[in-house]
Design a protein around this ligand. Sequence first.
Ligand code: SAH
Length: 353
Amino acid sequence: MQTDGRDHEALIADLVKRERISDETARLIFSPAFDEFRARLYEAADKVRLETVGDEVFIRGIIEFSNYCGCQCDYCGISSHNRELDRYRMDFDDILETASHAYGLGFRSLVLQSGEDRSYRASDICHIIEAIKGRLGMAVTLSIGEWPKADYAAFRAAGADRYLLRIETSSQALFERYHRDSKWYDRHKALMDLKELGYQVGSGILVGLPGQDGPGLLRDLEYLERLRPEMVGIGPFIPHPKTPLGNQPAGLIEHCLTFLALLRLYLPDSYLPATTAMGTLAPQGRQMALRAGANVIMPNVSPLSNRPGYQIYPDKIGQSDDAETCQRCIEDLVLALGRKPNLGFGHIKRKIY
Ligand code: SAH
């Protein structure tokens, strides 16, 4: 692969062919020297996106049902580090009512996300999944952190279709630096368990974590290639003032879009969201992501009263937009790009490659 800086076109052609990337090339790709070629990379990823997953953009409504969290992730605004946060949790009826409202707006795919709130027993989560599946027939994605394998099995038996759990970083050292109360291997094992249980698995990383570099991002890409999740969600690290990483610089939108484009090239048929964090870091962040390989978007359908409490990072967009407004603005955003919004189940159609 070319790395001498003269033949970036050849480099992009190699990336499209999924050639192995060297550490030296990774350093180049995640350096300012590559900035003028990024648009070409995004274009290449957009073409592969059209060929593999088409023009549809899958829209999933997200309900952030509890901001209680027992974890100490050094970057996260709702982690137990943040003692000043007002905590909330929704009960069964609140969650069902919110889900029904989203159903009424046309959503058929829901993501249930929360901090690691151990006041819900596995049976409570199962009860919620069964009710959403049984009464509304919606596709259910869980994003509720690490649980014992037996609980993942119970959630799956209750009808959960998908599970989102980011590896955050493939580096054990970096992971354990920022998660003093957890182990990288446990996170990896959880992803293996989820795969084995037949979930459509979503994983991903934080781009721009302090201490991460080009070769580190390459290791992340290689890890995700081996894991081969159905979905990969990535976003920039955004410092939250009430966390230990509050004074660190944010990740760069260009690096996020570059990593996203590489994901589209190296995992061509995976489902890749244009994440809220990208839209928070750059005003057009989600639109740029949809044009650099992404094909999913997840508007917030949580009750407005919960929004201030779920600032994983500061200034999260969509704080004052109710579910209906979020849905409309997301549909408009997708249509304005000449793409097709799809509120359906959005199950992955995996091709062999
Ligand atoms: N508790 C669940 C889900 C909530 S956090 C879990 O941990 O899986 C969802 C994602 O938000 C995390 O995976 C993390 O990558 C991201 N996140 C947390 N803090 C962030 C920050 N400061 N900036 C950007 N993304 C952040």
